[in-house]
Design a protein around this ligand. Structure first.
Ligand SMILES: *Cc1c(COP(=O)(O)O)cnc(C)c1O
Length: 476
């Protein structure tokens, strides 16, 4: 057995490794400093390994210290250290609005709009007709007014910011009445009670979890009340013995008492979902028509646009919101304005919205198309895993992201059930997740499930490459 000291002496020096062909080539692409760092890290890791092995009496002879071996590891490390942290991934989960995966893909015209304003200057805050200073909100307001039927609109960073800003402007130091059935939590970080407190207002809960009546709201109104807040229960449904008060009736009650009726719709849609055999979701224009003073909703849920919080409603209220200093703190950047304007344009023609916005394409794709695409995936996976390991099965896709919680969208899945019984399928899932590009999917029992609904067709070739690479790594 070799002793620790002679082994440590055998460790190649930094200069020696830097001259290895792989690392020499790598320096054409990556900064020398990054490569050097990776070499130093690799040598240090081997030094610890030798000492640890010797101390625990393990066979140190097994450690390969050849320069070519260490250079390969250093090269991989350098690549890893210089890779972008935020990267494009393939969503094979079938969850359409996937918050952890950036919610929804944008339409190509939204992407083009972002690119156009990113590459040069834009009239973000200049009225071209006069050459005078304009507002970034002008690019969005007339479209939002047209689509919602409201008098005015203002857009901020996200819907949480929109709710916060509305309450801070109109209910700071005063009371906000909310039904106990609507104290929603979204994704752990947005909770209606906390956002009301953060906005400087006091929450007054009324009714019970399952039933709230007009008389419950009425009894809670006093001289401190500022707002009645209606919240769409976007990620759960109350079923069974329930009662809630409709927007129109709450509006009447609010106005009789000189209060504002604010409705947080969460997702917010302009399209009647029942026309497409989907469960109903409240439409923005219906809330405005029912008399709501202000309505808030997200840009990147079912709307299919960039992250944004949209506030529509009465003109003098929107003006007051814009004058709040916090509106400046929460304002959107030019990329959001560009992508949202392009997205909203589609809704002027419902057919265009359904056919062009990725979120609607995924929601309304036909079963025969899904079957066809699942078969195509299965065929290619058969080449990688063997025919007997792959099949097409029926399954369920989800809308996700706090919209249509009970909607089960029937789909077809390509299911891969590897026969390598000694190898862990969880490990294969991990290799796919760590791959390039990363592939995110569901593992059910011992089957990997690929839902074609959320796999963008243009990504399919990359998907096959990534699955093939992960499979080779897994078997070795
Ligand atoms: C999603 C949601 C929010 C938060 O919206 P973000 O755009 O994620 O900030 C607020 N309220 C409701 C009811 C929601 O569904």
């Amino acid at each position: 057995m070799l002793d620790q000291h002679s082994l440590l002496k055998d460790l190649p020096a930094v200069d020696r490794l830097m001259r290895e062909a792989v690392l020499d080539e790598l320096q054409q692409r990556l900064p020398r400093q990054i490569v050097l760092q990776a070499v130093q890290q690799t040598i240090a890791a081997y030094r610890s390994k030798i000492i640890e092995s010797a101390n625990s009496g393990k066979d140190t002879e097994k450690i390969d210290l050849s320069p070519s071996r260490l250079a390969l590891e250093a090269a991989a490390l350098a690549e890893q250290n210089s890779a972008m942290s935020l990267q494009s991934v393939i969503n094979a989960t079938g969850v359409i609005i996937h918050t952890n995966l950036g919610r929804v893909p944008l339409s190509s015209s939204a992407v083009d709009a972002i690119k156009a304003v990113a590459e040069g200057y834009s009239n973000l805050e200049m009225t071209l007709a006069t050459g005078e200073r304009g507002s970034r909100q002008e690019h969005l307001e007339s479209l939002l007014v047209e689509l919602s039927g409201a008098e005015a609109a203002v857009v901020v960073n996200n819907n949480a910011a929109a709710v916060f800003l509305v309450l801070n402007t109109f209910a700071s130091g005063r009371e906000v009445i909310v039904s106990r059935g609507q104290l929603v939590e979204i994704g752990g970080s947005f909770r209606i009670p906390e956002i009301i407190t953060a906005g400087g207002a006091q929450l007054i809960e009324v009714g019970t979890t399952n039933k709230t009546y007009r008389k419950d709201y009425e009894a809670a109104i006093n001289e401190h009340t500022a707002v009645i807040l209606k919240v769409h229960t976007s990620n759960y449904h109350l079923v069974g013995f329930t009662a809630a008060v409709k927007t129109a009736e709450l509006t009447t009650l609010a106005h009789e008492n000189d209060l504002l009726l604010v409705e947080d719709l969460g997702s917010g849609v302009f399209i009647d979902l029942e026309k497409y055999s989907l469960p109903p979701e409240p439409r923005v224009q219906d809330s405005i028509a029912a008399g709501a003073d202000l309505v808030t909703f997200s840009g990147d849920k079912m709307l299919g646009g960039p992250q944004a919080g949209i506030i529509v409603g009465r003109r003098e209220l929107v003006s007051a919101i814009r004058k709040n200093q916090l509106a400046r703190v929460l304002r959107v950047d030019k990329f959001t304005v560009a992508a949202l304007e392009a997205t909203l344009h589609y809704y002027r023609d419902e057919e265009a919205a359904i056919n062009e916005l990725p979120v609607w394409k995924m929601l309304t794709v036909s079963r025969s198309t899904l079957l066809h695409r699942a078969q195509r995936l299965a065929e290619r996976f058969s080449v990688i895993f063997g025919k007997e390991s792959v099949q097409v099965i029926e399954g369920i896709s989800r809308v996700g992201g706090g919209a249509l919680p009970e909607a089960e969208l029937p789909t077809y899945l390509a299911a891969v059930t590897p026969r390598e019984e000694k190898l862990s399928t969880a490990k294969l899932v991990e290799l796919l997740r760590m791959g390039s590009p990363p592939v995110i999917l569901r593992l059910q029992h011992d089957s990997l499930l690929f839902d074609p609904r959320t796999i963008i067709p243009e990504q399919e070739e990359k998907l096959f490459d990534a699955v093939n690479t992960a499979c080779i790594k897994w078997k070795n």
